[in-house]
Design a protein around this ligand. Sequence first.
Ligand SMILES: *Cc1c(COP(=O)(O)O)cnc(C)c1O
Length: 225
Amino acid sequence: MIAENLHRIEQEIQESCALASRNPEEITMVAVTKSVDSMTANELVELGVTDLAENRVDKLLDKKRSLSNYQQIKWHLIGNLQRRKVKLIINEIDYFHALDSLRLAQEIQKRAEHQIKCFIEVNVSGEESKHGIRPSDLQSFIKELEGLEKIQVIGLMTMAPYEATELEIRNVFSTLKQLQESVKEQDLQYAPCTELSMGMSQDFKTAIEEGATFVRIGTALFKKG
Ligand SMILES: *Cc1c(COP(=O)(O)O)cnc(C)c1O
């Protein structure tokens, strides 16, 4: 079942890339394992998936422990991170997708033993329930990160609104793409900002058409039938 789902998703990624004249190698599929156990995550790794994501610190640490035989896994923390948990997790992950405050960045700077690849989470849709900084604050936030050498801003991340038309979702993704370009153009050594983490099971095709380089897929990998 998982093998079939994975195969289908990989095909859909290829198709979306073809539609958008993009190279599929630009896209990393990050498997979001928050809804499954370590055995199921293990199955994915055996099928060749190298990038795994969790949105909770404790669950990521559990999975990482269970899968410690696999050196090739890249671990992504995609959820909101509380400052008091930074020291538990920051040296266990390769990517952090939800940087959204200076105080969090300062805590990462204090605790990280190596440079962490970070995405700044942007609340493009403006929903109050969402984490992330406002688009209008992005520029000043990036400036504030200068000098925190443990943080490398590799890109931007967003979540599309839950209930929205395809057009609205597309607009959210294309806005994030424009913001990403505006940072990238500045050629900042600490913020190359070449990547875009956007697109989940429901909307990854649209996200790829709009420039996603990391898609975060959960339910579509594990659904039955
Ligand atoms: C759960 C989650 C996903 C995956 O969502 P699916 O709809 O299951 O594909 C992606 N990103 C974040 C931040 C998540 O919390």
